[in-house]
Write a protein that binds this ligand. Structure first.
Ligand code: FMN
Length: 354
């Protein structure tokens, strides 16, 4: 299946490293750097076509005439764009899909799984089938249903360790990925590339995902520590400071309530670093008071992050393994080549006569 990916995206290096579509954090520079390093970079499409138009134009401009990577096959743009479908109107986005023919469009978190069918159909129609459809799912059941409804070209399987939004109830990639692969095979879907997402931040995690049967990986949290990430300095400092992610991050809807984001389907929440707001909520503080204190602290900017801060710090459980801010291209190279080296080292050891 990695061969299918290579056919569709000939510039990529295997194992494939993908940067997740993260609203605001996934800047044009981040998406372009990841693709130029032979991964696949994603932008996050948001909800406003005019803003998306600008984002896509700025990203395209980064693939200038001097760059060896200017276009994907069939003249597609060599990066992708992702949507949180629950908040997004398909009709409004179609002109953007026509105007900027990206290599892949990523779908996630619809109000109803059946919404994926019309999105997939329209994306294929306006791009003459050249823009591939990727769908992110969080359970075996979702994977099967999505295959039946929309036949995505690539399935992203997101485990519960993932940073940012995901299903409230899910499993870690270590069981979710192989069970999903088996279930897909059992009903005859042999040919869909499956990517692993959630808690993977370095080469060992990538090697593990490949061993589980993944055809590549998606990383979000790791790219929050990229030089090109579009996040506040305080947030990025936290990504580097925080350790022991299983103990220091938490799945909750509090961050949506603090930011007054309304509309996420109720079976979703988000993983973020546990902060003062979470602790106060556990102590019985009302939402109204929590929001008031959050807004008050927002005024302090980067100073409001840290041990006793209230700022929203989306991050996955892999956060404790991230020690440095790096250029995105270095992250792609280190994780992809590093995973290959681990697997080759093991094969050499297993084959050695000593
Ligand atoms: C800050 C942040 C924002 C995210 N935003 C989106 C998004 O807009 N759309 C989406 O499909 N996934 C989003 N995700 C989830 C990613 O697609 C991916 O599943 C996740 O980052 C993988 O786990 P990891 O963070 O442990 O690498 C986001 C993740 C993070 C950390």
């Amino acid at each position: 299946m990695a061969g299918l990916l290579k056919n569709a995206y000939p510039w990529i290096k295997l194992p494939l490293i993908v940067s997740a579509p993260m609203l605001n954090a996934a800047t044009p520079a981040l998406a372009a750097s990841v693709s130029q390093a032979r991964g696949i970079g994603f932008l996050a499409g948001g909800t406003k076509p005019a803003e998306l138009d600008d984002l896509l134009a700025r990203t395209t401009a980064l693939f200038d005439s001097a760059s060896p990577l200017r276009r994907g096959p069939n003249d597609t743009l060599p990066f992708g764009v992702g949507f949180q479908n629950w908040g997004c109107k398909l009709d409004a986005m179609i002109p953007m899909f026509r105007k900027h023919r990206v290599a892949a469009i990523w779908l996630f978190a619809p109000k109803h799984l059946s919404d994926f069918a019309s999105w997939a159909r329209e994306i294929r129609a306006v791009s003459d089938g050249y823009t591939q459809v990727w769908i992110q799912v969080g359970t075996v059941m979702e994977a099967l249903e999505v295959m039946r409804l929309a036949r995505p070209d690539v399935l992203v399987v997101q485990g519960t360790d993932a940073g940012g939004h995901g299903l409230r109830q899910s499993a870690s990639i270590i069981s979710l990925l192989p069970e999903t692969k088996d279930a897909l095979e059992a009903i005859g879907f042999h040919n869909v590339p499956v990517l692993a997402a959630g808690g993977i931040v370095e080469a060992r995690g990538v090697a593990a995902a490949l061993s589980l049967g993944a055809d590549g990986v998606v990383m979000g949290t790791r790219f929050l520590a990229a030089e090109e990430a579009g996040i506040a300095k305080g947030w990025q400092n936290e990504i580097i400071r925080v350790g022991d992610g299983g103990a220091t991050t938490k799945r909750s809807t509090l961050c949506d309530r603090l930011k007054e984001t309304v509309g996420w389907p109720e079976h979703y929440d988000g993983r973020a670093v546990t902060n003062k707001g979470h602790l106060d909520e556990e102590g019985g503080l009302s939402d109204a008071e929590n929001v008031r204190m959050y807004k008050e602290e927002l005024k302090q900017g980067d100073e409001a992050w840290g041990d006793h801060g209230r700022m929203v710090t989306y991050a996955g459980t892999g956060v404790g393994l991230i020690k440095q801010r790096r250029p995105a291209a270095d992250i792609v190279e280190e994780t992809s080549t590093g995973a290959l080296n681990i697997l080759q080292r093991y094969a050499r050891m297993a084959n050695s006569k000593l």
